[in-house]
Design a protein around this ligand. Structure first.
Ligand code: SD4
Length: 330
């Protein structure tokens, strides 16, 4: 971002800091619901689920060490991609119904630059591959074998195709019944989506997953779809999603939330409206969980899910917290 723009954003944010929230919202006729904390923080990093805490720790360390926000959101979620206990992110994740792990990831900057990969095998850090697509190709998205070959050509770390012990055990158990209709385990969504804002008001986000367990081979979820699992526009804000990707794609979840914020909704209101739409359009509400997480350019944040159990991690200068999201079903 250019120096002048940086300065303008910074002055704007500094100016806002001393103004009561009600006055800042003055021109908007909507009745404002408080964000979960009722507070605004810049800089700030937010991530989905418990594993967002160590991911945020890393992102924060990168940011404080002079790294860019893009470095922070990339390296933050790499912690989760490396986490052997996580069965929904990275090569140790649960496989598709053929027993093959395929990964989806996306990364986006607030200026509209973005990259993603989908249905990719053997690549240790799909988030870094998504970043390379953004920075080194004229494209936004690479999938399957093409994505894998690009990773190999870039000399990225790859692994032999082999299920992790935990994933293998779970897969063999699943195979006994082989339910070919993928039913989301509403207790266990672990995709990591991260959104952040730096002290100059620049925004970025990342999202990475092994996707829905026991999906059909070739299935792609919301996480690598720009506007579904992730969307960032630093003129407005950023949003990310977790849960049953088909339901998120149907409503262009992350894009919808950012556009609702553009129209004046708070991040909390925007997440609630997106969940309301997903509930209305759901094809299988009993087996569906979706969680949304959003941040606006003022550092206000919000989250909402279909069911209880969704939480998110927040890091800012005053501290860090794991926060339970509110939900449609109580
Ligand atoms: C997907 N949204 O592939 C992902 C799944 C997810 O934790 O969030 N899993 O549909």
């Amino acid at each position: 971002m250019g120096g002048r723009r940086k300065f303008i954003k910074h002055s704007f944010l500094s100016a806002l800091a001393g103004v009561p929230l009600a006055a800042q919202a003055g021109s908007l006729e909507l009745s404002r619901k408080k964000s979960p904390s009722g507070q605004r923080f810049t800089p700030q990093i937010l991530s989905t689920w418990n594993h967002g805490m160590p991911a945020n720790d890393k992102a924060w360390e990168v940011l404080n060490g002079g790294g860019t926000l893009l470095d922070a959101v990339e390296q933050g979620v790499m912690v989760t991609e490396n986490d052997l206990s996580n069965l929904s992110v990275g090569l140790q994740g649960l496989p598709d119904r053929e027993g093959i792990v395929t990964l989806d990831a996306s990364i986006m900057k607030g200026d509209g630059s973005c990259g993603s990969v989908a249905f990719v095998r053997q690549v240790k850090h799909p988030i870094s591959l998504a970043r390379k697509v953004m920075e080194k190709t004229p494209h936004v998205m690479l999938v399957g074998e093409g994505a894998r070959l690009f990773a190999a050509a870039e000399g990225m770390p790859m692994e032999e195709e082999k299920l992790s012990p935990k994933a293998r055990e779970a897969y063999l158990r699943w195979k006994k019944n082989s339910k070919y209709q993928p039913i989301i385990n509403i207790e266990n969504h672990d995709t990591i989506g991260m959104v952040g804002i730096d002290e100059n008001g620049a925004m970025a986000g990342s999202c990475t997953t092994s996707g829905l367990a026991y999906k059909m081979h070739g299935r792609v979820g919301d996480s690598p779809i720009i506007g579904a699992g992730l969307f960032v526009d630093e003129e407005v804000g950023a949003a990310t999603a977790t849960g049953l990707g088909e339901e998120v794609i149907r409503i262009c979840g992350a894009f919808l939330i950012v556009e609702l914020m553009r129209q004046g909704r708070t991040p909390q209101e925007a997440c609630e409206e997106a969940v309301k739409r997903a509930v209305a359009k759901s094809k299988d509400l009993d087996n569906t969980q979706i969680g949304f997480l959003a941040l606006n350019k003022e550092g206000d944040f919000g989250a909402y899910a279909i069911r209880p159990g969704f939480n998110f991690a927040q890091h800012h200068r005053q501290g860090k917290a794991l926060i339970d999201s509110q939900s449609w079903f109580k």
